[in-house]
Design a protein around this ligand. Structure first.
Ligand code: SAM
Ligand code: SF4
Length: 330
């Protein structure tokens, strides 16, 4: 078990060993709940550079962060993605490197990214039916993404997870497909409740479904809810003796979801977000311009942590600053 950080603790006694770092807002997919019209570029975006990322990660590691997830947009659209993996994974103090991807470059790069230091992978696959996958994402790429997962298992990633956003009337009856998928594969499939964002209110009203439907079906089928370990994050995991893989549920609208919060977020332009659905972005970029700003950066982060609220206000329809999750990484 890793050492818990002593510096990043909030007023509600939550610890933050985990940083989600968005490295781009750009995405090549058009998932209907996230970017239905595709990525729209307003002005030339200036995403964090490798030097800025290095300084940021070094400062957070100094505060006790040991897990980093690279996300986006689609993080693998960055041409320097392998270099970023290399620099983050070799930063002293960083023990666990993860990323979330739509998987479109996975098959050809699983080995290269592993060699650069990546070890944990979340791939978003909202349907195992090729036509439905195409309809949801705008891309007919399911076979190559599944091949990318097989390649990752061969290469030996420490963990391979599949994210599925639960969508009423679209994939709500797909549990059996995913159960078949994890029967003989060491993969965890995680059903995520659709979250309301600034841009998707109509879609959310039509498609949101409680993860309770999956939970009760799993229990009927003999799946067992794992005991939660301290600091494990908000997912609830289920296992079954006849299955190699596992099933997880992420239900942000459930009671006490935020009590398990263990992560902070950085946007692709260097703002700290204390909560995915918070109303403030705290700029850090001015303190990422030279190595001697590390202490000032750490002080700013520690001070801001005092303002982290006990919970989001999603149930009241408050989605905070984000128009969609591609801008903060989900
Ligand atoms: N492009 C990458 C991908 O799709 O995996 C990484 C970024 S994406 C924003 C991260 C995760 O957030 C994905 O699993 C995606 O399905 C999920 N996501 C996006 N919008 C969401 C929403 N409104 N509610 C719940 N999950 C969402
Ligand atoms: Fe892109 Fe991921 Fe959003 Fe889909 S969920 S549009 S892949 S950022």
């Amino acid at each position: 078990m890793k050492q818990e950080p002593i510096n990043l603790v909030d007023k509600h006694d939550r610890r933050f060993p985990y940083l989600r770092l968005s490295i781009t807002d750009i995405c090549n997919f058009r998932c209907e709940y996230c970017l239905p019209d595709g990525y729209q570029c307003s002005s030339k975006p200036k995403f964090l550079t490798r030097d800025e990322i290095q300084r940021l990660v070094t400062a957070f590691a100094g505060l006790g962060v040991w897990k980093i997830r690279l996300t986006g947009g689609e993080p693998s659209v960055r041409r320097d993605f392998s270099d970023i993996i290399d620099l983050v994974s070799h930063t002293p103090g960083i023990e666990t490197m993860a990323f979330t991807t739509n998987g479109y470059r996975l098959r050809d790069n699983a080995q290269i990214w592993y060699e650069a230091g990546m070890r944990n992978l979340n791939v978003s696959i909202d349907s195992l039916n090729r036509e439905l996958f195409h309809k949801i994402t705008g891309h007919d790429r399911l076979p190559s993404i599944l091949a990318g997962i097989e390649k990752s298992l061969e290469v030996g990633y420490d963990s391979v997870k599949v994210n599925v956003v639960l969508l009423k009337g679209i994939n709500e009856n797909s549990l059996n497909d995913y159960l078949d998928y994890v029967k003989g594969r060491p993969v965890t499939v995680r059903f995520i409740e659709l979250m309301q964002t600034g841009d998707n209110l109509d879609y959310f009203r039509k498609r949101h479904l409680s993860a309770e439907v999956i939970r009760s079906r799993l229990v009927e089928l003999g799946w067992i809810e794992n005991i939660r370990v301290n600091g494990a994050g908000p997912a609830v995991n289920f296992t079954h003796p006849d299955y190699l893989g596992a099933i997880g549920l992420i239900a942000p609208y459930s009671k006490d979801f935020c009590a398990g919060c263990n992560r902070l977020r950085i946007t692709s332009t260097g703002d700290l977000r204390l909560c995915l659905f918070g109303n403030i972005g705290i700029p850090l970029r001015d303190l990422l311009q030279s190595d001697d700003q590390k202490q000032a950066l750490q002080q700013r982060v520690m001070k801001q942590l005092n303002y982290k609220k006990s919970s989001h206000f999603l149930a009241q329809g408050e989605t905070g600053l984000i128009p969609n999750l591609s801008s903060t990484g989900g």
